[in-house]
Write a protein that binds this ligand. Structure first.
Ligand SMILES: Nc1ncnc2c1ncn2[C@@H]1O[C@H](COP(=O)(O)OP(=O)(O)OP(=O)(O)O)[C@@H](O)[C@H]1O
Length: 266
């Protein structure tokens, strides 16, 4: 692959790959979970990674951030091979939420501040760092809860804290694993608005989603995985009828003439 062009501001030029995954294979236990995945996300794009339970979505994004090693294939972030990539403050990651609240007795501000550490020297937050933390907390609508323990928050508010933590480093690339899962409607609307602001500011976004829901209008492209392989890479599939209802765990894609088979149903 050719070297990406470098714009005057030192960023990769518009249209260049921020995430480039080629021929990715990964195994968990003895199970091949990624079986040759190609995934490119260009600067400024919002890409949804869709697919049925167990199709490999979380494994793909966790490989992108170096949490799961590939057995074959290559990953580049901002044009740099993952092994040499060090600029983690440019990447915000929101993991799949497993519990409503963590057992750690930390306040909202403490958790969000931890997302800023990659920007600091020796882990000391400057006045500008603290301002960025407060901005991230305000973005997700939790300014009045900054001193509260995260344990006292609802599931949706907890998810907003995790997103504020990812935003605290003012990342150029935001990767979120099912950000809307188990989140109440009010929090979903706040999250959709937060994401809209990030996209408007030019942030590149990769989202693992079960359904497109409130963020559908923001999505440029959808990549659908099935059994660890890409079965669709193109316009987001449209949810129609019953399948547009919240809680429905898959999406029917419909092309003009013939339904597009993404394998989400089987
Ligand atoms: N540690 C592990 N050891 C063995 N298999 C695993 C492990 N972790 C996950 N798996 C399996 O790997 C497959 C892919 O998991 P992954 O979490 O990437 O799927 P997913 O598409 O994100 O699914 P979901 O929508 O349920 O989050 C699943 O079948 C899962 O059971």
């Amino acid at each position: 692959m050719s070297e990406p062009a470098i714009a005057a501001d030192g960023e990769t030029a518009i249209g260049d790959a921020v995430i480039s995954m080629r021929g990715a294979r990964a195994t968990l236990g003895s199970r091949p979970v990624l079986r040759g995945v190609d995934l490119t996300v260009r600067r400024g794009e919002v890409v949804a990674l869709l697919g049925a339970n167990g199709s490999g979505k979380s494994t793909a994004v966790r490989s992108v951030i170096g949490q799961i090693p590939l057995t074959e294939g290559e990953i580049e972030l901002f044009g740099t091979g993952l092994r040499r990539f060090r600029q983690w403050s440019r990447v915000g990651y929101v993991p799949q939420r497993t519990t409503a609240a963590s057992g750690v007795p930390a306040t909202v501000r403490e958790v969000v501040s931890s997302g800023r550490l990659s920007r600091t020297r020796l882990g000391l937050l400057s006045r500008a760092d603290r301002a960025a933390v407060d901005r991230a907390i305000a973005l997700v609508g939790l300014a009045d809860r900054a001193k509260d323990s995260v344990g006292a928050l609802s599931g949706g508010q907890h998810q907003r804290v995790l997103i504020a933590r990812a935003l605290a480093s003012e990342p150029k690339l935001l990767i979120m694993d099912e950000p809307m899962a188990g989140v109440d409607l009010a929090s979903q609307e706040i999250l959709a608005a937060t994401l809209r602001d990030q996209v408007a500011a030019g942030t590149t976004v990769l989202l693992v989603l079960h359904e497109l829901g409130a963020i559908e209008p923001l999505i440029d492209r959808a990549v659908v995985l099935r059994d660890g392989c890409v079965v669709h890479d193109g316009p987001p599939p449209k949810a129609v009828g019953q399948h547009a209802l919240p809680g429905h765990d898959h999406v029917h894609p419909h092309a003009a003439d013939e339904p597009l088979r993404t394998g989400l149903l089987t």
